[in-house]
Ligand binder design. Structure first.
Ligand SMILES: [Ca+2]
Ligand SMILES: [Ca+2]
Length: 228
């Protein structure tokens, strides 16, 4: 019993940790450069031959943290698995083993720089989440109503700036991907709602049709399809 207790509670071996990416930039606007890293704290590195469409690759899979070291402050770690899967905190994440960088932008235009991290979503898209940084160095999600599992976007690496779209969105950002349901590209414009403290889908565009407000409706053929 004593042995089990020691094993369960022993600190993680720093030597076994794997730093996936490191960025140096002023995260809190005080003029001093800060460090932010994504670190695998437990897991494995292997070549996955079972996943299609970009998922077949060498990857790090397991449990990760986002570590922020603001200049002059202590290092703060936030559980990335918990941020991605709050309802299933034991779920594992994976990232390619090749080098990648975090992409930064102030997505909700509040003056605090934000960043994104994505997870494999399928052949047409990855699911990205937007994170921001507290004055303490802790990391939290900027939620998107209706996209609780992530914002679908064509694969743009492990992190994206959502910059490949028509023009900068004045109050948010664009994302898009090829939709099998609609048989064409589907683009969303997200806007930050200050009352809800979350992004909402302000408009959508199916293919090259005119932009319409809100989310896209389900196609009629899909509504008529009996559920399995
Ligand atoms: Ca700083
Ligand atoms: Ca921000």
């Amino acid at each position: 019993m004593i042995v089990l207790l020691l094993v369960c509670c022993s600190p993680l071996n720093a030597a076994s940790e794997q730093v996936l990416t490191t960025s140096w930039r002023d995260l809190n606007g005080d003029g001093a450069r800060d460090r932010i890293r994504v670190i695998m704290v437990s897991g494995r590195r292997y070549y996955d031959t079972n996943v299609w469409c970009g998922g077949e690759c060498e990857k790090f899979e397991g449990r990760f943290v986002i570590e922020v070291k603001l200049a002059g402050h202590k290092t703060i770690r936030t559980d990335l698995n918990l941020l991605f899967c709050p309802e299933e905190p034991e779920s594992e994440l994976w990232f390619v083993s090749s080098p990648w960088n975090l992409c930064f932008a102030d997505f909700n235009h509040d003056g605090q720089i934000d960043f994104t991290i994505g997870q494999y979503g399928g052949c047409n898209s990855w699911d990205y989440k937007i994170f921001s940084i507290k004055p303490s160095g802790g990391v939290y999600e900027l939620p998107v109503i209706g996209d609780e599992y992530g914002i679908p976007n064509g694969h743009d690496g492990e992190s994206t700036a959502f910059s490949g779209y028509d023009e900068p969105a004045p109050d948010g950002f664009f994302s898009g991907y090829y939709s099998n349901v609609h048989g064409t590209g589907l683009t969303h414009r997200y806007a930050w709602d200050k009352k809800l403290n979350a992004f909402v889908c302000a408009a959508h565009q199916i293919g090259d049709q005119p932009w319409k407000p809100g989310r896209e409706p389900e196609p009629e053929w899909l509504l008529k399809t009996p559920s399995l």
